[in-house]
Design a protein around this ligand. Structure first.
Ligand SMILES: Nc1nc2c(c(=O)[nH]1)N[C@H]1C(S)=C(S)[C@@H](COP(=O)(O)O)O[C@H]1N2
Ligand SMILES: [Mo]
Length: 207
């Protein structure tokens, strides 16, 4: 996409959303699909979620157990490192704190590695997982997430670039010390704050 088109769209988005458009982002015509590899189709029957690492007792949930947890909604904008932002998404699902409560984080739990189908991972401080807007979502704007968008359940961490928002989640490992996830090992910024344009680690530039 040419710079003119990009900046034109950015200007339109800035007019529409004001300060809600982070630097270097634009609004695409529709929500893009982006992932490494092929999207798996996971049925509710086979869905499983494991919580381990720095916890009092490791737990595994099936779909019924996940569905029985308090269901909440969170509104947020999402920002991909490839520069698109999608505004006003209403996510429905379960709060990380309600999941973690089942396992009982130990006093050493300071970081989380969130796992997705096929070995994808994203790392974050426990505080990002427990942040107000973070949710394990099964629906967006009242519709179940498609397999392409990470259904049955994906993570949404709206205040970080969207690669932290793991699709087809399979579990959480709580950690005492940080461990880089899938893209973080390839040079993506560890913190991924879109407002500070933390796209890539120091010394690496891509466009
Ligand atoms: N399991 C898994 N989750 C993933 C990815 C992936 O490759 N595998 N890609 C990430 C990236 S880079 C982005 S931008 C978003 C894209 O989500 P979307 O396709 O629903 O827009 O998913 C994130 N979560
Ligand atoms: Mo991304």
């Amino acid at each position: 996409m040419g710079f003119e088109q990009l900046s034109g769209r950015s200007a339109a988005a800035r007019e529409k959303y004001g300060d809600r458009l982070p630097p270097g982002q634009y609004e695409p015509a529709k929500w893009p699909v982006l992932h490494y590899g092929k999207a798996p189709h996971i049925s509710h029957d086979e869905w499983q979620f494991a919580i381990g690492g720095e916890v009092e007792h490791a737990v595994e949930l099936d779909w019924a157990a996940f569905s029985a947890l308090p269901q909440v909604e969170r509104m947020s904008d999402i920002h991909c490192v490839t520069r698109w932002s999608v505004f006003d998404n209403r996510w429905s699902g379960v709060l990380p704190r309600d999941l973690l409560e089942l396992a009982g984080p130990t006093g050493n739990a300071h970081f989380a590695l969130v796992h997705g189908h096929g070995g994808y991972t994203a790392n974050m401080p426990l505080s990002d997982l427990l942040a107000e807007g973070t949710i394990f979502a099964h629906s967006r704007n009242g519709e179940r997430l498609s397999a392409q968008h990470g259904g049955p359940v994906r993570l949404v961490v709206p205040h970080r670039y969207f690669w932290k928002s793991v699709k087809w989640v399979t579990g959480i490992t709580l950690l005492a010390a940080d461990q880089p996830g899938f893209w973080e090992r390839f040079g993506y910024h560890n913190d991924a704050d879109p407002w500070r344009e933390q796209r890539y680690a120091k010394g690496i530039s891509r466009s």
